[in-house]
Design a protein around this ligand. Structure first.
Ligand SMILES: [Zn+2]
Length: 65
């Protein structure tokens, strides 16, 4: 278990909805951002058309239930 200790961990794979493609895509160039409400979100680009996509994340990123 060797996880790199980064303060803003961008998930390796984030799926978001591309409004241009009207489809769900795995976004590229993922960046962790915080919305005005203080909620974490992932910002990335559609790999197909390059449109910026946003995916809101839960406050606690917990992959295991
Ligand atoms: Zn697209």
């Amino acid at each position: 278990m060797a996880m790199p200790d980064t303060s803003t961990q961008a998930p390796a794979n984030v799926e978001g909805y591309c409004v241009k493609c009207k489809a769900t895509r795995s976004m590229t160039e993922i960046q962790m951002v915080t919305t005005k409400n203080g909620k974490p979100a992932a910002k990335g680009k559609c790999p197909v058309c390059g449109t910026t996509m946003m995916k809101f994340l839960s406050a606690k990123a917990n992959p295991t239930p």
